[in-house]
Design a protein around this ligand. Sequence first.
Ligand SMILES: Cc1cc2nc3c(=O)[nH]c(=O)nc-3n(C[C@H](O)[C@H](O)[C@H](O)COP(=O)(O)OP(=O)(O)OC[C@H]3O[C@@H](n4cnc5c(N)ncnc54)[C@H](O)[C@@H]3O)c2cc1C
Length: 461
Amino acid sequence: MTTANAERKPGHPHRVVVVGGGFGGLLAVRGLRRAPVEVTLVDRNNYHLFQPLLYQVATGALAPGEIASPLRGILKRQDNARVVLAAVSEIDVERRRVLLDRSANEDQDIELEYDTLVVAAGASHAYFGHDEWQPLAPGMKTIEDAIEIRGRILTAFEAAELESDPERRQAWLTFVVVGAGPTGVEMAGQIAEIANDTLPRDFANVDPRSARILLIEAADRVLTSFPERLSARAFRSIERLGVTPVLDRSVVDLDDHSVTIQATDGERDERSGGEPSGRDTISAHTIIWAAGVRASGLAAALGEATGAAVDRAGRVSVGPDLTLPGHPELFAIGDMVEVHDADGRPQHLPGVAPTAMQEGRYVAKVIAGRLDGAEPEPFRYVDKGNVATIGRLKAVMDIKGVRLSGTIAWLGYLFIHLFYLIGLENRVLVFIRWIVSFVTRGRGSRLITGRRAEVGDRTPT
Ligand SMILES: Cc1cc2nc3c(=O)[nH]c(=O)nc-3n(C[C@H](O)[C@H](O)[C@H](O)COP(=O)(O)OP(=O)(O)OC[C@H]3O[C@@H](n4cnc5c(N)ncnc54)[C@H](O)[C@@H]3O)c2cc1C
């Protein structure tokens, strides 16, 4: 057993361990830069990932390195912070230790001691009891997911090009996106743009414009987190791009060449405008999951260790100061928590980057304040609004009651994403890429990677 900071003597600075270098964790670390503490940031990846632009990697518009920044680079000027590359496997709340796994040196048994712990491990996909669907319909949470989806989309067009049977070709050219929240709408819109704008002249035998893109949604409208009027506009915009939204339908089965959907309320409904209704099986090889979110397993582990409630999405309950009950030294923030007010009522904060960032800043303030003997004010979430893009010059935006759609909303979307992207270099690169893509309608990162070159493997060298 290695205790990574066991050599510290009494009188050492207050030790803060932060698990997760995403939006919440990174803002907590940065917020502590002037505090008299020693911060250790642990992440299973060596980079901070800007998840809101993952769909652009999945559709070849951006390269992975343009939406991710190395954590060591981000924190290199913060003298009181260090970075550890490892996955946290367990938290021993009684002994105040974090147990690490998959560390860079493959030591299986490293522990980190803490005086204060901030857990910001985020969330992953939820398949509503059908985890076996995951390899068939990948979701998008990591760079690896985005590269996998990019490969599947591009491979589908390549397969269609080689397919002589019309039915089988159509199955390759059918793309199903499950879930019409912001990620699903963005993905479906981008696939339509690839098919209609980027690829038409690339293929000899197949017309990519004949691709069918279905956006399946269990609710009765797309973008349910937006006001109805903006939802309706997004619906029309996405239809104009060539996507078929299929509302009130839930996925009930899927395999590697089809997906079966059924009316959410079990009845046939005319609203799907002639597209699959009732119970239908659609032949499709490319299915993308954008339907559900499940908190990191560390949330349930914290719930078990502290007695805090864990909800159906796997989120652990934290109090108004974002600590676990009976553990003022233990904070949890971001996508993995449900915040409760002083009366125990859930706050239902949205699972978005601004929530995690505000929580990260808040815990840094509380930790630094406590060292000066200050009592924390409860966390107060400031709603920064909601924005989602649909495609070229098309977006919807709802900021403090100002509801916009079309080009202005789209420009607003681009500005906000550039503003929050970490690192000047990435901002400049992404800005240039967007201009080039806008002008040429091209996508510079249309690579299929990770395929074994079977023929090449057999070719004598
Ligand atoms: C495709 C997609 C699009 C999105 N679009 C938007 C958008 O447009 N606008 C918006 O506001 N929000 C968007 N979100 C949501 C937003 O990204 C999240 O709400 C936000 O990232 C939550 O921050 P977090 O700090 O809780 O978790 P994350 O940012 O997910 O960070 C969690 C970190 O913890 C690390 N980690 C996890 N488990 C462990 C472990 N066991 N050990 C060590 N490290 C671990 C991970 O590697 C990661 O770095 C989107 C999310 C996705 C997936």
